[in-house]
Design a protein. Structure first.
Length: 150
């Protein structure tokens, strides 16, 4: 093998296929769709789950079970070590503060503070839920863990 062969024929930006531009283009007349048939019609590529007349998988398999995940609460988890790193002593920490500091991401229903890590600052933490160890660590430093309603 010649080392030069490795990159030969590789182009960074591939040109798009221009169909329906006459017989000389190689993609004229039927524009690469062939003659007649379902594939030649407009909208043919948008039939999700179509299997050529065979009963689709969604209809072949029995519909079983139910899942309550759609109704579950989305919980933003914050560790005590995160509070130690991002907040100054004497600060009141609420869900809005957590979002502004980048600790709670996306959509969430409740905030739960967990006890992973150490805390050396006095903080007033307002959250929906606290683990037992997190509550102990916050109160041990003279702070308070306030439970807020949803």
């Amino acid at each position: 093998m010649i080392i030069d062969d490795v990159h030969r024929g590789i182009k960074k930006n591939k040109k798009r296929k221009r169909v329906g531009r006459g017989p000389g283009s190689g993609h004229g007349k039927t524009s690469g769709r062939g003659h007649n048939g379902y594939g030649s019609r407009s909208g043919s590529s948008r039939r999700v789950g179509f299997e050529g007349g065979q009963t689709p998988l969604a209809r072949r398999i029995a519909k079983r079970g139910f899942n309550n995940k759609a109704f579950a609460l989305r919980v933003a988890i914050i560790n005590v070590s995160d509070l130690e790193n991002k907040f100054e002593a004497g600060t009141t920490v609420c869900p809005k503060e957590l979002v502004s500091k980048g600790l709670a991401h996306g959509k969430f229903d409740i905030v739960k503070v967990l006890g992973d890590g150490e805390l050396t600052k006095k903080l007033t933490v307002q959250a929906h839920r606290f683990s037992k160890s997190a509550q102990e660590k916050i109160t041990a430093q003279g702070g308070s863990a306030e439970i807020i309603e949803r």
